[in-house]
Design a protein around this ligand. Structure first.
Ligand code: CMX
Length: 135
């Protein structure tokens, strides 16, 4: 695990939240995209060497919709940048750590490979592990 890649924040309205993070706080908006594999629409802001990711649910059965219903807006996950998410997934499983996907998912047009570690395994924080892939 190399660095904090991003912090994911669940929001009700991406448009409203972008106005705050970009226009009021002055963060640089890098991209807005839909990630259908995860049923979310996200906005990525640069924050030094890391990013802040705002997440809006694309449907009622999205993990973000469930989180918003249960807990309201706020920090949803912390993403750690890793070299090889497939290898790490295997190692974590061997150590008995509860990972969410048996095999990592490739998302964002083939630019990222991700998995998650269940918050019950990490003292209450949903951890994403993310490998940035070259296009
Ligand atoms: N952070 C911390 N704790 C969380 C949590 C979160 N984001 N989401 C759920 N929990 C807690 C719940 O509060 C609950 O705790 P208690 O039992 O003490 O009440 C426990 O985890 C289980 O919650 P649950 O409601 O039964 O489980 P869910 O069906 O909500 O699933 C999770 C939770 C993490 C397994 C599910 O959200 C998941 O698979 N997440 C991975 C995928 C994902 O989050 N995708 C969206 C982001 C995509 C992206 O970044 O691109």
């Amino acid at each position: 695990m190399r660095r904090i890649d991003h912090i994911g924040i669940a929001v009700n309205s991406l448009d409203d939240a972008i106005k705050v993070y970009r226009d009021v706080l002055g963060l640089e908006l890098v991209e807005v995209e839909e990630v259908p594999e995860e049923k979310v629409k996200v906005a990525m802001f640069k924050a030094g060497d890391s990013y802040i990711e705002l997440l809006e649910p694309l449907s009622e059965d999205s993990a973000i919709a469930k989180y918003l219903q249960k807990r309201g807006e706020g920090i949803h996950h912390i993403a750690i940048g890793v070299e090889d998410v497939e290898k790490l997934t295997g190692e974590l499983k061997e150590r008995g750590v509860r990972v969410i996907y048996d095999k990592p998912k490739v998302v964002s047009g083939g630019t990222r490979k991700i998995n998650f570690i269940h918050p019950k395994a990490t003292h209450g924080v949903l951890l994403e592990i993310v490998e940035r892939l070259k296009k």
